[in-house]
Design a binder for this molecule. Structure first.
Ligand code: CA
Ligand code: CA
Ligand code: CA
Ligand code: CA
Length: 356
């Protein structure tokens, strides 16, 4: 029991000594650190202790260049046609054992696989890269700054990077724009300026014992569009469109005529016609809002002043006499606004006119 206890105590002290001596960086010992290892040899002559002798060895830790670009989240970013400043979010992590700059580039693709088992079908516009300046993980307009590179990213440090773009109009549901963010390691080059391009160095095995010599080794993996050991890493994300899919149908029926009244009426001059404009939104679509309807009447009919009914319903393809009289008529144009048409919903605008 005593031996076991001593063993535990020894291990514990050794662990504490390591932590205290150099913080445990995931990226490992910092590049340029000179590691000196000194050996001491004690010996006796004729049973008498002699002056100890020994030797030491020093070398500098080389620079390992490694970085990771990763999509934040696991799902596509849903967008509307015409949406401005749609955001995709990435993290860039410096896994090198040195502070580096990282050049940033956002590339679109033409067709091919997106990031989420989908296929690229369109390009976004006005693509820009921003860094999460205030560190809250959210893109804040005017606060998070547009950047071309990450400046002086320390070993093991990570930054959130936003790729922000505009979506064209006229897109359909499930259209996809894929974008790849690539971070390429650069020399630090000082604060506020982008350092020079990195290249691997190999000064030879004999120089490895030179305490002033630091080689550069690319240790990065292959990413979405980059290879292993190329000093860069990339990840892909995408925007997926959810559009409204409105269809419009215009129905009419004869309500009455001056000869037959409402009994089997005919479309003769003086007859009353009911127009019904049917707006349907396909299942699985985005909600359409502020659906503004404008119907210029032909000169051969005259609005009858009986009201313009909005938000009515349809049963078995026929318009019901419902809705609210919130539309209007002016200068031969009937108009009204349906506040919203959700996926799978059908709404109407209905009014009556007289044949001239
Ligand atoms: Ca594209
Ligand atoms: Ca932010
Ligand atoms: Ca710099
Ligand atoms: Ca790589």
């Amino acid at each position: 029991m005593i031996k076991y206890g001593r063993l535990l105590g020894t291990v514990g002290a050794a662990a504490l000594a390591v932590v205290g001596a150099s913080p445990a960086f995931a990226s490992g010992t910092a590049a340029g650190t000179v590691i000196t290892n000194t050996v001491t040899v004690n010996y006796q002559v004729g049973g008498v202790n002699q002056t100890a002798t020994g030797a030491s060895n020093s070398f500098a830790v080389d620079r390992k260049v490694n970085m990771t670009v990763a999509e934040v989240g696991t799902t596509t970013t849903q967008v509307s046609p015409g949406q401005l400043a749609a955001v995709t979010t990435f993290t860039v992590t410096n896994n090198s054992n040195a502070t580096l700059d990282f050049a940033l580039a956002a590339a679109q693709q033409t067709g091919g696989a997106g990031a989420h088992s989908n296929t690229d079908t369109f390009d976004a516009t006005n693509v820009k890269i921003y860094v999460d300046t205030n560190g809250n993980g959210t893109y804040d307009v005017g606060t998070d700054l547009e950047v071309a590179y990450l400046d002086e990213l320390a070993a093991d440090a990570s930054k959130t990077v936003f790729v922000v773009a505009d979506m064209p109009l006229g897109l359909a549901t499930n259209d996809v724009a894929a974008v790849t963010l690539t971070a390429t390691g650069r020399e630090g080059g000082g604060t506020g300026s982008q350092g020079a391009a990195l290249s691997e160095t190999n000064t030879g095995i004999t120089n490895e014992i030179d305490p002033n010599e630091v080689d550069t080794v690319f240790a990065d993996a292959a990413g979405a569009t980059d290879g292993a050991g190329d000093g860069a890493h990339s990840a892909k994300d995408d925007w997926t469109v959810l559009a409204a899919a409105l269809s419009v149908t215009k129905l009419s029926k004869v309500v009455s005529d001056p000869v037959n009244g409402t009994s089997n009426p005919k479309a003769i001059p003086g007859a009353t016609i009911e127009y019904c404009i049917v707006v349907a939104n396909a299942a699985g679509s985005a909600t359409a809002s502020s659906v503004a309807i404008s119907d210029p009447l032909p000169a051969t009919v005259t609005y009858d002043g009986g009201g313009v009914f909005v938000d009515g319903s349809v049963t078995s393809g026929a318009c019901n006499t419902d809705g609210s009289n919130t539309g209007s008529h002016a200068a031969g144009v009937v108009s009204g606004t349906i506040s919203s048409v959700t996926a799978g919903e059908t709404k109407t605008l209905r009014f009556r006119a007289t044949i001239n």
